[in-house]
Design a protein around this ligand. Sequence first.
Ligand SMILES: N[C@@H](CCSC[C@H]1O[C@@H](n2cnc3c(=O)[nH]cnc32)[C@H](O)[C@@H]1O)C(=O)O
Ligand SMILES: [Zn+2]
Length: 435
Amino acid sequence: MSSNTLLVAGGRVLRPDFEVVDADVVIDRDDGVIDAVGPDLAVDHEVDETLDAAGGLVIPGLVNAHTHVAMTLLRGYADDKPLDAWLREDIWPAEAELGPEDVRAGAELGLVEMIRSGTTAFADMYFHVPEIVDAVDRAGLRARLGHGVVTVGKDDEAARADVEESVDVAREYDGAADGRVRTAVMPHSLTTVAEPLLREAVDAARDAGVPVHTHANETREEVEPIVDERGERPLEYADDVGLLSETSFLAHGVHVDEAEIDLLAEQDAAVVHCPASNMKLASGIAPVQDLLDAGVTVALGTDGAASNNDLDLFDELRDAAMLGKLGADDAAAVPAAAAVRMATEGGAAALSLPGGRIEAGAAADLAVVDLDAPHLAPAHDLVSHLAYAVRGSDVRHTVCDGQVLMRDREVLTLDAERVVETARKRAVDLVARAE
Ligand SMILES: N[C@@H](CCSC[C@H]1O[C@@H](n2cnc3c(=O)[nH]cnc32)[C@H](O)[C@@H]1O)C(=O)O
Ligand SMILES: [Zn+2]
């Protein structure tokens, strides 16, 4: 009789209620689903592959709910500037030189980095999306991908073509990679897409049955012109054009007032908090505890590697907890468990993707964190460790959809050495072209 069972053996498991228990995890590799969680499961199961989790903690795979994965090529290229100048003076001119092969190389580098730090699902807004779809297919992660639309500074025809590309990509690739790739229509932001085209994009997303993802309320400079021109807050405008719904997810949400927070809660739209990017670009401090108190779904994102400068979601967890306290002027705000929840269940909910929980019937997306390192001793509270002390490099194994993506720190789905080498070369050529 053929079976196809993966056993994650001998570790501790973070349950959905955040209790930590000694348990094995049995996974059906064909279905990509967790069959059972409990002690000594090896005895009753015929096992095809075993991952050793002894001395480790099994957690849901982390969800990086907002990034531009191919921007790894621009890591360290332009730092120490505010958003608007950074985009216009450095990033957009460099991105104008990016060809499909560059995007593929940058995406693969980012995927290797995410696998190596326990991320199993992510959302990406970029261009040359077919290259990213293919890279995700081979790397084995789960993703919600889309083409970012910018219409300002373009003539009507070019602007319209950008919207069409976003909609076409969303329609064509939804369900690709055996269903691991889902899509969204992705207008870049409320200020970089003109109103009529924003409305068209939102309507087309609804017709296609896919979510909308955009940057919103990231900087004060972005909020003010909307308030001045329209006499309403950005998220009131977003709601007017139909952008807020239970499937939409907005990156940043830094400068949101009480009425906007209520609107997000009412419409059940999610916010992707990107603390490192917000700190680095000095964009501001998102009111994360207020969002959570209002019942808004909050996820975590790294944003692109050029504003972070890495894709390690454990850093983001720690930054979210730290910055949440500073912003609320309250050390009890954004406690460890809340940060861990944002990086797991919150992310899966925001992206409408499976995962985020280790329990029977859930998607088999998980990471095994090594607890042996000196910076993780002693182990009074493992949820605290996940928020404040674990680093991406502590991840021993990564599994997505029942497939082992990394075993004992070796990435199995991509040739990590070759990926890094190719990205290095491409980045050097890119910068030479852009200068
Ligand atoms: N089709 C569009 C590309 C949009 S992709 C998404 C864009 O978001 C940019 N981006 C990265 N980080 C941020 C951020 O924090 N805020 C706003 N935009 C960002 C990124 O560099 C990329 O150009 C065009 O014709 O320009
Ligand atoms: Zn972004």
